[in-house]
Design a protein around this ligand. Structure first.
Ligand SMILES: [Zn+2]
Length: 96
Protein backbone atom coordinates (compact mmCIF):
# COMPACT_ATOMS: atom_id res chain seq x y z
CA UNK A 1 0.00 0.00 0.00
CA UNK A 2 1.21 3.45 -0.77
CA UNK A 3 0.09 6.88 0.20
CA UNK A 4 -0.39 9.50 -2.41
CA UNK A 5 1.37 12.67 -1.45
CA UNK A 6 -0.39 14.77 -3.96
CA UNK A 7 -3.85 13.79 -5.07
CA UNK A 8 -4.55 16.39 -7.70
CA UNK A 9 -1.70 15.56 -10.01
CA UNK A 10 -3.55 15.33 -13.31
CA UNK A 11 -6.13 17.43 -15.14
CA UNK A 12 -8.61 14.54 -14.84
CA UNK A 13 -8.41 14.35 -11.05
CA UNK A 14 -9.08 18.08 -10.97
CA UNK A 15 -12.14 17.63 -13.16
CA UNK A 16 -13.44 14.88 -10.89
CA UNK A 17 -12.76 17.00 -7.83
CA UNK A 18 -14.71 19.83 -9.40
CA UNK A 19 -17.75 17.54 -9.83
CA UNK A 20 -17.52 16.67 -6.13
CA UNK A 21 -17.13 20.33 -5.26
CA UNK A 22 -20.26 21.26 -7.26
CA UNK A 23 -22.32 18.63 -5.47
CA UNK A 24 -20.88 19.58 -2.09
CA UNK A 25 -21.68 23.23 -2.78
CA UNK A 26 -25.32 22.36 -3.41
CA UNK A 27 -25.64 20.08 -0.42
CA UNK A 28 -23.34 22.12 1.85
CA UNK A 29 -21.51 18.96 2.86
CA UNK A 30 -18.08 20.59 2.69
CA UNK A 31 -16.54 17.22 1.92
CA UNK A 32 -14.07 18.34 -0.73
CA UNK A 33 -10.32 18.55 -1.14
CA UNK A 34 -10.57 21.99 -2.65
CA UNK A 35 -11.96 25.10 -1.03
CA UNK A 36 -12.38 28.04 -3.37
CA UNK A 37 -11.32 31.21 -1.59
CA UNK A 38 -11.37 33.84 -4.26
CA UNK A 39 -12.25 34.04 -7.92
CA UNK A 40 -11.78 36.92 -10.31
CA UNK A 41 -13.06 36.32 -13.82
CA UNK A 42 -10.27 35.97 -16.38
CA UNK A 43 -7.66 36.88 -13.75
CA UNK A 44 -7.11 34.24 -11.10
CA UNK A 45 -8.61 31.80 -8.70
CA UNK A 46 -7.28 31.16 -5.22
CA UNK A 47 -8.11 27.85 -3.66
CA UNK A 48 -7.02 25.85 -0.67
CA UNK A 49 -5.96 22.27 -1.33
CA UNK A 50 -6.58 20.14 1.75
CA UNK A 51 -4.43 17.31 0.37
CA UNK A 52 -1.31 19.48 0.56
CA UNK A 53 -2.55 22.06 3.11
CA UNK A 54 -1.57 24.93 0.88
CA UNK A 55 -3.15 27.83 -0.89
CA UNK A 56 -3.01 27.37 -4.63
CA UNK A 57 -3.17 30.21 -7.12
CA UNK A 58 -4.20 29.61 -10.70
CA UNK A 59 -3.48 32.39 -13.10
CA UNK A 60 -5.84 32.73 -16.10
CA UNK A 61 -3.77 34.41 -18.74
CA UNK A 62 -4.51 34.67 -22.46
CA UNK A 63 -6.97 31.82 -22.15
CA UNK A 64 -4.27 29.62 -20.65
CA UNK A 65 -4.47 28.53 -17.04
CA UNK A 66 -1.25 28.19 -15.08
CA UNK A 67 -0.90 26.82 -11.58
CA UNK A 68 1.53 29.09 -9.74
CA UNK A 69 1.93 26.57 -6.94
CA UNK A 70 2.87 23.55 -9.11
CA UNK A 71 4.30 25.75 -11.86
CA UNK A 72 2.54 23.75 -14.55
CA UNK A 73 -0.51 23.92 -16.77
CA UNK A 74 -1.62 20.32 -16.39
CA UNK A 75 -2.08 19.61 -12.68
CA UNK A 76 -5.41 18.95 -11.03
CA UNK A 77 -5.71 22.52 -9.83
CA UNK A 78 -5.69 23.68 -13.43
CA UNK A 79 -8.29 21.03 -14.31
CA UNK A 80 -10.41 22.31 -11.45
CA UNK A 81 -9.88 25.95 -12.44
CA UNK A 82 -10.86 25.31 -16.07
CA UNK A 83 -14.12 23.66 -14.95
CA UNK A 84 -14.75 26.48 -12.49
CA UNK A 85 -14.29 29.09 -15.18
CA UNK A 86 -16.57 27.23 -17.61
CA UNK A 87 -19.17 26.96 -14.89
CA UNK A 88 -19.08 30.68 -14.15
CA UNK A 89 -19.01 31.62 -17.81
CA UNK A 90 -22.20 29.61 -18.22
CA UNK A 91 -24.03 30.72 -15.10
CA UNK A 92 -22.69 34.26 -15.03
CA UNK A 93 -22.88 34.34 -11.29
CA UNK A 94 -20.52 33.61 -8.47
CA UNK A 95 -21.81 31.85 -5.41
CA UNK A 96 -19.50 30.39 -2.84
ZN1 LIG B 1 -1.31 22.79 -9.13
Amino acid sequence: MYEKEFELDTLDTGTMEFMKWLIAKDTNSGDTLIVVKDYLDNKYVIMFDKSIFKDVIIDYRDGMSLCMTCNTDDCGHVGFAICLKQNYDRDDQVVF
